[in-house]
Write a protein that binds this ligand. Structure first.
Ligand code: HPA
Ligand SMILES: [Zn+2]
Length: 331
């Protein structure tokens, strides 16, 4: 086994930092912060990871993140993710965080930013991995809540490259957030949106035409609409696809029928990402390995997916060119 998936330099573009909280760290931070968790052991935590849909996962995900209180907690969390990512060959990560999962617990925006930026700066110095932060709005909350969160982020514009939309998709279409996304764009943020994970192709159309996003997160259900697929291909619109997440949340029934190859064949700029690696059974190289095992992903396909990760990254053209040259040179 050559483990091409871990060896090739790559970008990861869809990772929720709160979803990288491993059970061991969850217990350690609960103890450090004097927080009572309903789980007493790593095994009990892992036993709760049996999901049949997105909302099952989100309930556990919001419970898990309740242990994150201090800047040090966020730094430890992000450092652990970046160390794993670097070991998987990730040289650039675009990391989501969910401030609305922390603000109601009395954790300030500044606390989150201090912790995350301490880790990203250290990872760049010590591991040579660069990163950007993308703040996501929770779509089960209303637009006014997202507007207040955007206000909090404005002073950190230099440290947050974009905004996204995550949490419970069905019943919360992208258009619900049209005003806050317009204001975010005007403030200079890049825009991304989870769409077509559980939601219908219409939500992907809205993300494109109402929000004007730069990337679609997931996008699996776009394949149900041939004209949407043509539009995504014509625009070179990247999809940040998350195979193990799709399997665990029953977006696909079996990895053997994962649509990643169909996406590539349709000319889509598909990428492979981990989403919530602690909850879904693996980091980015594990996602590539799962595809290799299930659908026999070929070396050329792996390279195309990795190449797409740099094409789709929010990086300057010269930096992308440097990463792509290093990828081509990597055996
Ligand atoms: O996969 C996801 N989908 C929607 N919201 C999320 N929040 C964390 N992970 C996810
Ligand atoms: Zn996600």
């Amino acid at each position: 086994m050559t483990d091409l998936a871990a060896r090739l330099p790559k970008a990861e573009l869809h990772i929720h930092i709160e979803g990288s909280l491993e059970p061991e760290m969850m217990l350690r931070l609960a103890q450090r912060n004097g927080i009572a968790l309903k789980f007493a052991s790593v095994d009990e935590i892992r036993a709760a990871y049996a999901f049949t849909k997105l909302d099952d996962f989100l309930a556990v995900y919001y419970q898990g993140m309740s242990v994150l209180r201090t800047a040090e907690d966020f730094e430890d969390l992000a450092w652990a993710y970046l160390a794993s990512a670097a070991a998987d060959g990730v040289v650039h990560a675009e990391i989501f965080f969910d401030p609305q999962g922390h603000l109601p617990r009395g954790v300030s925006f500044d606390t989150v930013m201090q912790g995350l930026t301490a880790a990203t700066a250290r990872a760049e110095r010590e591991l040579g991995i660069t990163s950007h932060l993308i703040m996501c709005f929770l779509r089960h909350l209303d637009e006014a809540d997202a507007e207040r969160t955007l206000d909090l982020a404005l002073p950190y514009r230099d440290r947050v490259i974009g905004v996204g939309l995550d949490s419970s998709e069905l019943g919360h279409p992208p258009a619900k957030f049209r005003n806050v996304f317009r204001r975010a764009r005007d403030a200079g943020f890049r825009l991304v949106c989870h769409a077509g994970e559980e939601g219908p192709p219409d939500y992907v159309w809205e993300a494109l035409d109402v929000l004007g996003v730069d990337r679609i997160d997931h996008g699996n259900r776009a394949l149900e609409d041939a004209s949407l697929v043509r539009r995504l291909a014509a625009d070179g619109m990247a999809l940040t696809v998350c195979p193990l997440s799709n399997l665990r949340l029953c977006v696909v029934d079996d990895m053997k029928v994962h649509p990643i190859r169909r996406m590539l064949e349709a000319g889509l700029v598909a990428t492979v990402n981990s989403d919530d690696p602690s909850y879904f059974g693996g980091y980015v190289a594990d996602n590539f390995r799962a595809l290799e095992a299930a659908i026999g992903l070929a070396e050329g396909e792996t390279r195309a997916l990795v190449r797409n990760s740099f094409r789709a990254a929010f990086l300057p053209a010269e930096t992308k060119a440097r990463h792509l040259a290093a990828l081509d040179a990597a055996g």
